[in-house]
Design a protein around this ligand. Structure first.
Ligand code: THU
Length: 145
């Protein structure tokens, strides 16, 4: 528990700046195949901004989404929890993270994490309800001992 609430995240985040950080990341996307650049940016629980862009591959299925690149940035710059998140497409407009990426983000989310979505601000639990996560693994392990 961090004590932070989703309401305070909505109120205290500079969403325009976060969307701009996502747009900066989007401009670095490597998208020779889809030509669909994506950028993502997030605020961490210690106030850092982490970001990422999509990185495609000739073997299409192993393409890295922008959120994968963001999670690598998170871990490489000291880890922590994601508190506020924005994702944009090549026009700079809000883009909804794909299903796989919602799972990726969930793993590193603060309990109060808020995402800027096509239908307004949403909590991580709203975008991936009843999520499978580390707690399920812990519960199983505990049941075996
Ligand atoms: N993409 C992302 O980077 N994140 C998403 O959440 C949705 C999809 C990328 C993958 C691929 O490079 C391009 O968008 C088209 O699917």
């Amino acid at each position: 528990m961090t004590g932070r609430s989703s309401e305070s995240v909505v109120a205290e985040t500079d969403w325009d700046a976060l969307r701009e950080a996502a747009r900066d990341a989007m401009r670095k996307a490597y998208v020779p195949y889809s030509k669909f650049p994506v950028g993502a940016a997030a605020v961490t629980d210690d106030g850092r901004i982490v970001s990422g862009c999509n990185v495609e591959n000739a073997s299409y299925g192993i393409t890295l989404c922008a959120e994968c690149s963001l999670v690598s940035d998170l871990v490489m710059t000291g880890g922590g929890r994601l508190v506020a998140f924005a994702c944009v497409d090549g026009n700079g407009g809000v883009l909804m993270p794909c299903g796989r990426c919602r799972q990726l983000l969930y793993e590193h989310s603060d309990e109060a994490m808020v995402l800027d979505t096509v239908s307004g601000f949403k909590t991580i639990d709203e975008v991936i309800p009843d999520a499978f996560g580390p707690r399920q693994l812990e519960q199983y392990r505990a049941s075996q001992s």
